[in-house]
Design a protein around this ligand. Structure first.
Ligand SMILES: Cc1ncc(COP(=O)(O)O)c(C=O)c1O
Length: 400
């Protein structure tokens, strides 16, 4: 068998979001699209801004000679400069283009960073629940993902993170707004984290690199602000993309920005550039580098996500299913309800998702996010789908 055993094992124990998504496609062709309520995947359904389409058309009609050639591994200088401007505004510190490395989505950017910093057996900490792919990304580079349970309200448990840090800890991933909870970490909490990391560094002699994974930064409700990490911890990077805010997940365009305050900012930037190359990405896609250099600040109306959040929470209220109210992103993290009719493990999230599926509702079990007893619904789907799901949720609750 040519496939490595650890890959076979990783495949069988994961990919549940993709599996649900693919099952959803099959169910839709069997039962009709209006009769399947697919909340499985975070594939934003808003169209990208009109300027993206205009630029793409112009790119096709009048590509300049050399437009599709190799470039420096870090990306086009103009695109790096545009990202530096964007992230300077978000982080409230002056960043120059030399601290930016363009990546193949946030996922490619994160892999380049992890490859740059992990040695075999190093740990990467993350607050649970978390985006499940992180475990694979850490393992790709010889690392081990170690999850630290969040507080009950899904905020970071800073004391528990501090206690978990040892000389093996290379990095900490924070993700705000969070997938799957929609939680946003306030500035005071990040300041507390900075203080804890300072104490941990004095204790272990090793600085933990904070990787702020921020693809949902712009999708926030009630005018909330996503607090910056750079002012509170120098050894930090921002990893992000235009997958969610500009609805371009298939175009694989993202970036890494290294905190200029880090004492090894240049060394880390050079390593991320090298890793982008040797991971085989070589550079981020050329056409979309040119597009995001011009479109990064396009205004998108996210109010429909808020409307859908409220529509779905109303339906769950009626059905009697509890959830944590998201402050950003487009995921609703819900508690498996108490069993009234069926028997078995009271908080079995996989069984409840199967039960939902029997009612044509597709959600994702919390176990894979490191939080059994919960499940995730991605509400970046049409209002019609949400509205039509009402009776299915009620029936599923009554019959559980
Ligand atoms: C928290 C988080 N990080 C990273 C990614 C990957 O983003 P990209 O498609 O830009 O690689 C996702 C995608 O869903 C995500 O939810």
């Amino acid at each position: 068998m040519p496939v490595a055993t650890h890959i076979t094992e990783a495949m069988s124990s994961s990919s549940f979001i993709r599996r649900m998504f693919e099952e959803g496609l099959m169910m839709k062709s069997r039962f009709g699209a209006d009769n399947v309520y697919d909340f499985s995947i975070g594939n934003p359904d808003l169209e990208p801004p009109a300027k993206v389409a205009r630029m793409l058309a112009a790119e096709g009609a009048e590509a300049k000679p050399g437009s599709h050639g190799y470039m420096p591994n870090a990306g086009y200088p103009e695109t790096r400069a545009a990202m530096a401007k964007k992230v300077s505004g978000e982080q409230g510190v002056e960043i120059d283009a030399g601290r930016v490395v363009m990546g193949v989505g946030a996922a490619g950017a994160m892999n380049a960073v992890l490859k740059a910093v992990l040695s075999h057996g190093d740990e990467v900490l993350v607050s649970a629940p978390f985006f499940p792919e992180y475990a694979h990304y850490a393992r790709n580079h010889g690392g081990i993902l170690r999850s630290i349970p969040a507080k009950e309200d899904f905020s970071l448990d800073v004391a528990a993170i501090e206690a978990a840090i040892s000389s093996k800890t290379a990095a900490l991933i924070i993700n705000s707004p969070n997938n799957p909870t929609g939680k946003i970490y306030p500035a005071e909490l990040l300041a507390e984290l900075g203080a804890a990391l300072t104490r941990a560094k004095a204790r272990t002699g090793r600085a933990v690199l904070v990787i702020a994974d921020e693809p949902y930064r712009e999708i926030v409700y009630d005018n909330r602000k996503v607090a910056p990490i750079f002012p509170v911890w120098p050894d930090s990077v921002v990893v992000s993309s235009f997958a969610k805010n500009l609805s371009l997940p298939g175009e694989r365009i993202g970036y890494v920005v290294v905190n200029p305050a880090s004492s090894w900012a240049q060394e880390l930037t050079d390593a991320v550039i090298f890793c982008t190359r040797v991971l085989g990405y070589v550079n981020a896609p050329a056409t979309f580098q040119r597009i995001v250099a011009e479109c990064w600040n396009e205004k998108v109306d996210y109010s429909s996500y808020l409307k859908r959040r409220n529509l779905l929470t109303g339906i769950l209220d009626e059905a009697g299913i509890e959830y944590s109210v998201p402050e950003g992103a487009f995921y609703l993290f819900c508690k498996v309800p108490e069993r009234r009719v069926t028997s078995g493990n009271p908080a079995d999230d996989a069984a409840f998702c199967d039960h939902l599926k029997a009612n044509h509702v597709l959600g994702v079990p919390g176990k894979g996010f490191g939080k059994p007893g919960w499940f995730r619904l991605a509400y970046c789907v049409s209002e019609k789908t949400i509205t039509l799901s009402r009776e299915a949720f009620k029936k599923a609750r009554i019959e559980w």
